[in-house]
Design a protein around this ligand. Structure first.
Ligand code: GCO
Ligand code: MG
Length: 404
């Protein structure tokens, strides 16, 4: 009898505190199922609802081997498309179908994609701290662990998470609550921390920084120029997706390498940046663009223009999503770097088969498909909090709301 999809459902769990959404697709063959990542952590309940109420009725009874056809069908089924909630729901199914295909072929995903072009995936880790010394000590630890690329933030995104950029510009009376930061103090602090790190460790270590769309475009360009002497590996999200035209000006002004894309949903956002060679690294959140199927197309488009991949890999990607990133990284020639946030003990137990970091490189296991599973009983012990995120209510010194 022909293979059919028999069930599609969302599983929400938070073994590291951050809500994650994983989709399980079952088939008519006993024991044959796939897993995919659908994590849009800030609206996880909405994604889970879309999976259970729309993806399931759309897909039950269909042939799971027709990944591209099902992807296209799921994209246009609601007519309105390319939004974060539904693309994450589609990604959960898409990755699960690739997982199933790998299991049917008895091949790890990287093999299905053409085979390894490297044995391990070079990753970057995050160094953050309250003081310059603390940031430096984190870097020192990473160097001792064999990490070759480190992202430097002093006080988190926008620089004031630990109060390091506090200044005299107080908000007006009655200003709204929020995560306050000061764009000027932030910019000055970034130059200071890079100066400190380069003086302490020299230039053989690769360094990145994430602006997290915290600056006005001309200020982002100024910062890119100011950071030139510190020789960054990349400078991330210097502009908001709403301001991508400014990349043309940024490119003319600075040779600091540019990474962009974790907020992208629609191919129209990345296509011009790649075709005009305005960025060096594409950093999409793979579940946010709809999964492995569109990620392969995107990576090949980038390959044609010498743009390298740097898939988004924070704590709000599930271990299933991280596994998908790693398989792509192993098989794509134009891989650049992988962000690696690591897993705590609980996440490794809930998701047996997690990729592993050893001396600066992450390795996939060689099991078929994504090679990762979920212990659903254990997952229930880590329920997701429905508290809304506070950090996205970001404000400038005069109380004006700012993109987070
Ligand atoms: C990164 C990111 C993340 C995001 C987070 C949003 O580059 O790692 O900017 O930390 O802020 O994924 O939920
Ligand atoms: Mg980022």
């Amino acid at each position: 009898m022909a293979l059919k999809i028999t069930d599609v459902r969302a599983i929400c769990t938070a073994p590291q505190g951050t809500p994650l959404v994983v989709v399980r697709v079952d088939t008519s063959e006993p024991g044959l199922y796939g897993l995919g990542c659908a994590t849009f952590t800030q609206r996880f309940l909405t994604v889970a609802h879309a999976v259970d109420n729309y993806m399931k009725p759309l897909l039950v009874g269909k042939d799971p081997s027709r990944i591209e056809d099902l992807w296209q069908m799921a994209m246009v089924s609601p007519y309105w498309r390319n939004g974060p909630v539904l693309s994450n729901a589609i990604s959960g199914v898409d990755m699960a179908l690739w997982d199933i295909k790998g299991k049917l072929a008895n091949m790890p995903l990287y093999d299905l994609l053409g085979g390894k072009v490297r044995e391990g995936v070079r990753v970057y880790r995050h160094a953050d701290g309250k003081t310059l010394e603390e940031v430096g000590d984190r870097v020192q630890q990473f160097i001792e662990d064999g990490v070759q690329v480190v992202r430097i933030q002093w006080g988190g995104y926008g620089g004031n998470a630990h109060g390091v950029t506090q200044n005299l510009r107080m908000p007006p009376e009655g200003a709204c609550e929020g995560a306050y930061y000061d764009p000027l103090m932030y910019q000055l602090s970034v130059v200071k921390v890079f100066d400190y790190i380069r003086n302490r460790f020299g230039f053989e270590l690769e360094l990145c920084h994430d602006v997290h769309e915290h600056l006005d475009p001309i200020e982002a360009i100024r910062l890119g120029k100011e950071l030139e002497p510190y020789r960054l590996f990349f400078f991330e999200d210097a502009l908001a997706p709403e301001q991508i035209e400014w990349f043309r000006l940024m490119r003319q002004q600075t040779c600091t390498p540019i990474a962009m894309g974790e907020l992208f949903n629609n191919p129209r956002e990345w296509t011009p940046l790649i075709a005009e060679k305005l960025i060096d690294f594409i950093r999409v959140h793979i579940s946010q663009i709809g999964g492995i199927t569109p990620a392969i197309k995107l990576a090949h488009l980038c390959d044609a223009y010498a743009v390298r991949t740097a898939w988004h890999g924070p704590g709000d990607v599930s271990p299933v999503g991280h596994a998908a990133n790693i398989h792509l990284d192993l098989a794509l020639w134009n891989f650049g770097i992988q962000e690696w946030s690591g897993f705590n003990q609980a996440a490794q137990e809930v998701f047996p088969g997690c990729p592993e970091l050893r001396k600066g490189y992450v390795y996939a296991n060689d099991k078929p498909g994504l090679g990762i599973d979920i212990d659903e009983e254990l997952a229930k012990k880590f329920p997701c909090s429905e508290k809304l995120p506070a950090w996205t209510n970001c404000r400038r010194p005069d109380g004006t709301l700012q993109r987070p």
